[in-house]
Design a protein around this ligand. Structure first.
Ligand code: ASP
Ligand code: MG
Length: 460
């Protein structure tokens, strides 16, 4: 229904009676039709994963013990919120989960499909508790299993939504509730195939569920409630005066998450962004903080570098030699080797003289790659067309991100000026032609100084 709001609460936001009470107050404070999406309570999915792993080893007793513990934990939560009436239903869900685990233990085999059936317990349980508590707080409410409305493909463990059937199913299941003034509390993370077999959307998938539902329901806003007040201009553990960012474009959010700003995973909110629905990230524990709004297009707010971020634990691999210059296909061979070694490359830089090509990879893959590259380049090394393959570690990537950098002259000068003043040695540089991000490699020991220097330059 247009004009409706989807509110999603993450694992810590439903992780205790106190947190759930805060969530109830937030929901109660909104007006108009709204649809709630909840994660499993914090730690539950991890525990279910342990249970499935134990069952797969044939250890059905341990698997059942995990579920028993989760069942007790949820019953306690229900008691604290005075909604004991849901406990029999929770017991039923737990018993069904234990039965699947017994079957897994018997076969010593856990297919992704059986695992999804186990993992679904967490969101099913939390949604029952939240819906009942909401009802008692005076908001007419009902728990809804997303298996009734979020239709996916059959890639168990990492399913993707089928938008058209989801739109139809969500509309016919949710719209009548909203029209009746009932607030549905929908399970995050899970869906079902068209045949009704339960699937999951990948770990952390409840944001994805919320975005899919927001799009399917033509909602006007998606509010993601988590335990931080949005995305910051830098990691506050490194930069004491880092500030929350009021707005981010989708592209900026994607850049930042790539470099470890773990607040949201942009892929998961894409369905909402594509449908033109703004996504706000808010803090359940500080609900009046403005949070961060992510939209498809960047607002022109006069900022140049919006955020400075970094990623450590890397190695810089350099292949150097005068005989590489002007040889077509050389880079392809280098990156065929990284692909064959199943190493993901985080940053690439090559000077236009083509005398060297360097790239950053996870530190623990550096030596393995050196060996593989030396083998692949044995002939070139013997002829001295390639002089050397070197690995430098530990290295960090520091990135300055912001759409305001595009077409603004002098940004690079300010970045490198600030680093020079802080006496940080820059080992390699890359800037994509989208001009959204300047990335540079520094020694791990210079990482924090580099982040502080750039942040200070653009946020004073
Ligand atoms: N409960 C799921 C997980 O922990 C999904 C989520 O929390 O978003 O991965
Ligand atoms: Mg979670």
């Amino acid at each position: 229904m247009s004009g409706s709001t989807v509110l999603k609460f993450g694992g810590t936001s439903v992780g205790s009676a106190a947190a759930i009470r805060r969530a109830l107050a937030i929901i109660g404070g909104t007006t108009g039709p709204r649809c709630i999406v909840v994660s499993a309570t914090a730690g539950t999915t991890d525990r279910l994963a342990e249970a499935a792993a134990a069952a797969e080893r044939g250890d059905g007793a341990t698997a059942r013990a995990h579920v028993g513990e989760l069942q007790a934990r949820h019953a306690r939560l229900a008691e604290e919120l005075e909604v004991q009436r849901v406990v029999p239903e929770l017991d039923g869900l737990a018993e069904a989960t234990a039965t699947v685990l017994d079957a897994i233990a018997l076969l010593h085999e856990c297919t992704p499909r059986s695992r999804d059936a186990v993992w679904a317990f967490g969101e099913r349980a939390s949604s029952r508790i939240v819906a009942a508590a909401l009802e008692d707080a005076g908001v007419r409410s009902t728990a809804v299993d997303a298996t009734d409305l979020l239709i996916t493909d059959d890639v168990f463990g990492n399913a993707s939504p089928l938008m058209e059937p989801t739109r139809t199913a969500a509309g016919s299941r949710i719209h009548p509730l909203l029209e009746d003034g009932v607030t549905p509390v929908v399970t995050g993370f899970i869906g079902a195939t068209a045949e009704g077999i339960v699937t999951t959307l990948g770990r952390g998938g409840s944001d994805y569920s919320a975005a899919i539902l927001a799009a399917a329901l033509d909602a006007s806003e998606l509010l993601i409630y988590t335990d931080v007040s949005g995305v910051m201009s830098a990691d506050p553990r490194i930069v004491a005066d880092a500030k929350p960012l009021p707005s981010l474009s989708y592209a900026e959010a994607a850049e930042l998450s790539y470099f470890g700003a773990k607040v949201i995973h942009p892929r998961t909110v894409r369905p909402a962004i594509e449908a033109g629905i703004p996504v706000r990230i808010l803090n359940t524990f500080a609900p009046s903080d403005p949070g961060t709004t992510v939209t498809a297009v960047a607002e022109r707010d006069g900022t140049v570098v919006k955020a400075t971020t970094s990623l450590g634990g890397l190695a810089l691999v350099t292949v150097a030699g005068a005989g590489m210059s002007g040889v077509p296909g050389f880079a392809a061979r280098v990156f065929d080797t990284t692909a064959a070694e199943q190493v993901s490359v985080l940053m690439i830089s090559q000077s236009s003289s083509e005398n060297s090509i360097c790239f950053a990879v996870p530190a623990d893959t550096g030596e393995r790659l050196r060996t593989a590259l030396e083998r692949m380049l044995a002939r070139e090394l013997a002829r001295h067309d390639v002089e050397r393959v070197t690995v430098e570690a530990p290295i960090a990537i520091v990135a300055a991100v912001g759409e305001g950098m595009r077409g603004t002259p002098g940004v690079a000068a300010r970045v490198f000026g600030a680093l020079g003043a802080a006496r940080v040695n820059v080992v390699a540089i890359a800037q994509g032609s989208s001009e959204l991000n300047i990335s540079l490699c520094v020694g791990e020991g210079d990482r924090e100084a580099a982040v502080r220097a750039i942040h200070e330059e653009f946020h004073r």
